[in-house]
Design a protein around this ligand. Structure first.
Ligand code: AMP
Length: 575
């Protein structure tokens, strides 16, 4: 463990990526495969491989308490050290007494103890094991043991760099290592295969998320069709991206941030368990309006705002499932029946997906009917059983056809179109030109800035967040807040102006003279009580400053209402 801790210090000592990779690779070579495999997990900043169910369940306060006991320092002294470092691992390295344990602590013993801590029930048992571990550690080892336990090494090393180091150490290509690690979802096992020269033998393992393929924006229909010859066109649904792993009755759903969100959608696993093969599906979960009275009509997707209430919940009541039903619109398949499909073209994946859902469809209907009682639906309340739906695919060969599909998608209440190269592979985690997204701004509004706030990150010292308003007769009412769209130079100039034209200084926020007019674009209008206008623009972006426009000529709340209603009309029309 001492060698690993020294290696971590060396990694922290350089900002150069290539040097970091070389240090890790040298360390791997000098160790046995087993030690290197365990260390790869620790170097990724975790006590256990990612997506392993095991967690330490050791809170910061327990760690703090044990570090304090060993240090023989007062709470005050420890707090001082913490303020200096902002990291409990670094504190442990500074305050723990020097001693050399014999025999020296190994990475295998550290791994074993982490396992025992995870399995131990209750803080007293966990604390005893933790004491045992730290008692044997040198201060430098303790520093990194604590950092690993808190899940943040802070040495500028990501798992992707560890992958590169594995490739360098064992003479494999980075692509081979990345692929094996993606399939296994376990860097420990990836090292063992790499060391044995058997990376090609890595087999897909379900229930850990694979990176999502991403899309690039296309500004126009012409541009969209300029990249490839044959395009599959789908509606762009306004929900959340979801990757479903299905194996018989076991189903897990992962979000774009790779979180397990299965619990938020308890109605979906039941339907997805109807697939007759193991599979990984890619799609969008949306709030769904089931068309009443006509079980043959599939219904339609609702805007994101409707889905919001369903997100981030651990427990979803039957009441909520009834109020906000969801559907999973599946548009891709990454794995089916033992075969990884990433390298197949979209045309082929699409055919496989159709087959998969078709054979399952009957079963799915039966299953979800069966489960209706369980979920609290009666068939009158939930006429549709199509909770898992193959996202319809269209074809477009000319920009005119694409324009028509775009209008139709918006009339169905969807955001726009996704245009996909039928010959493209599925590239996890990459934003390329094989998938394009086409959205059009609903409209733009000219608004008046009424208040400003200091920004975050590199905008910390400038007033870059603008609350803006429209006219309600002769009163300005706020309808949104925008952060992006202006250049740094414009923001600097505006900051100066706002400082000189502040009406009320509330510290982080300033009410300012309502003289600056902006043109803002947005995705849609929502009813909201966050702003005093009663409406809020969703995802507003500043298009430009409008110094040419006097504030009195800015838009009105009537115009906002008009846009809100036309948006709803378009949706109703498609019902
Ligand atoms: P954006 O979030 O604007 O970058 O657009 C990309 C997102 O659109 C994806 O991550 C999906 O969540 C979503 N999306 C909606 N419909 C589709 C579709 N048919 N194909 C792919 N992505 C879609």
């Amino acid at each position: 463990m001492q060698r690993l801790a020294e290696t971590c210090e060396a990694i922290a000592g350089t900002t150069k990526k290539l040097e970091k990779i070389a240090i890790v690779a040298d360390y791997f070579i000098s160790r046995t495969a087993e030690e290197a495999a365990i260390s790869a997990v620790f170097l990724s900043g975790r006590p256990f491989p990612m997506y392993q169910e095991t967690t330490l369940q050791v809170g910061g306060s327990l760690l703090w308490q044990v570090v304090q006991e060993f240090s023989e320092k007062s709470e005050e002294q420890l707090a001082d050290s913490y303020r200096k470092h902002g990291d409990l691992g670094a504190v442990a390295g500074e305050v723990l007494p020097h001693h050399q344990s014999s025999p020296a602590l190994s990475v295998s013993e550290a791994e074993k103890t982490f396992g025992e801590i995870a399995a131990a029930r209750g803080p007293a048992k966990k604390a005893a094991l933790l004491r045992g571990l730290l008692a044997r550690a040198t201060p430098l080892e303790a520093k990194y043991l604590v950092k690993i336990m808190t899940g943040d090494l802070r040495i500028g090393l990501k798992e992707s760099l560890v992958e590169e180091a594995i490739a360098k150490a064992y003479g494999a290509t980075v692509t081979e290592v990345q692929r094996a690690n993606m399939l296994l979802g376990n860097i420990r096992e990836t090292v063992l295969l790499a060391a044995a020269g058997k990376l090609v033998e890595a087999k897909m393992r379900l229930f850990h998320p694979i990176g999502f393929m991403l899309a690039s924006p296309a500004e126009s229909a012409e541009e969209a069709l300029s990249y490839f010859a044959s395009a599959a066109v789908e509606d762009k649904y306004d929900g959340i991206r979801a990757q479903a792993h299905c194996s018989g009755d076991e189903v897990r759903i992962f979000s774009r941030t790779r979180d397990d969100i299965t619990e938020s959608f308890p109605e979906l696993p039941d339907v997805l368990s109807g697939l007759d093969k193991d599979a990984i599906l890619d799609g969008e979960i949306v709030a769904w309006s089931y068309s009443e009275g006509n079980p043959n009509e599939p219904g339609r997707a609702l805007p994101f705002s409707a889905l919001q209430q369903r997100l981030g919940r651990k427990k979803v009541s039957q009441e909520l499932m009834r109020q906000v039903p969801v559907a999973y619109l599946v548009f891709d398949v990454l794995y089916a029946g033992g075969e990884l499909l990433l390298d197949h073209g979209l045309r082929e994946r699409s055919a496989i997906l159709n087959g998969l859902l078709k054979t399952a469809r009957k079963y799915m209907k039966a299953r979800s009917k069966e489960s209706q009682g369980q979920l609290g639906f009666t068939s009158e309340e939930d006429p549709s059983t199509a909770q898992v739906i193959r996202a319809p695919v269209f074809e477009a060969h000319s920009s005119d056809e694409l324009e028509q599909l775009f209008t139709a998608a918006q009339e169905r209440g969807n955001e726009g179109l996704m245009i996909k190269d039928l010959n493209s592979r599925y590239t996890p985690g990459r934003r390329g030109k094989s998938w394009l997204k086409m959205k059009r701004e609903l409209a733009t509004l000219d608004v008046v800035v009424t208040a400003v706030e200091y920004g975050h990150g590199k905008r910390i010292g400038v007033l870059s967040d603008y609350t803006f308003a429209v006219w309600d007769r002769d009163r300005l009412v706020n309808v949104g807040k925008a952060y992006s769209g202006l250049t740094d130079a414009e923001i600097a100039e505006m900051t100066q102006w706002f400082l000189e034209h502040t009406l009320a200084d509330q510290g982080f926020r300033r009410e300012v003279e309502p003289k600056i007019v902006l043109e803002v674009a947005f995705n849609n209008v929502m009813k909201s009580d966050r702003h005093n206008g009663g409406y809020a623009l969703r995802f507003p972006r500043i298009v430009r400053l409008r110094p040419d426009k006097p504030p009195k000529e800015a838009d009105t709340i009537e115009r906002v209402l008009e846009i809100y209603e036309s948006q709803n009309r378009a949706r109703r029309k498609s019902q």
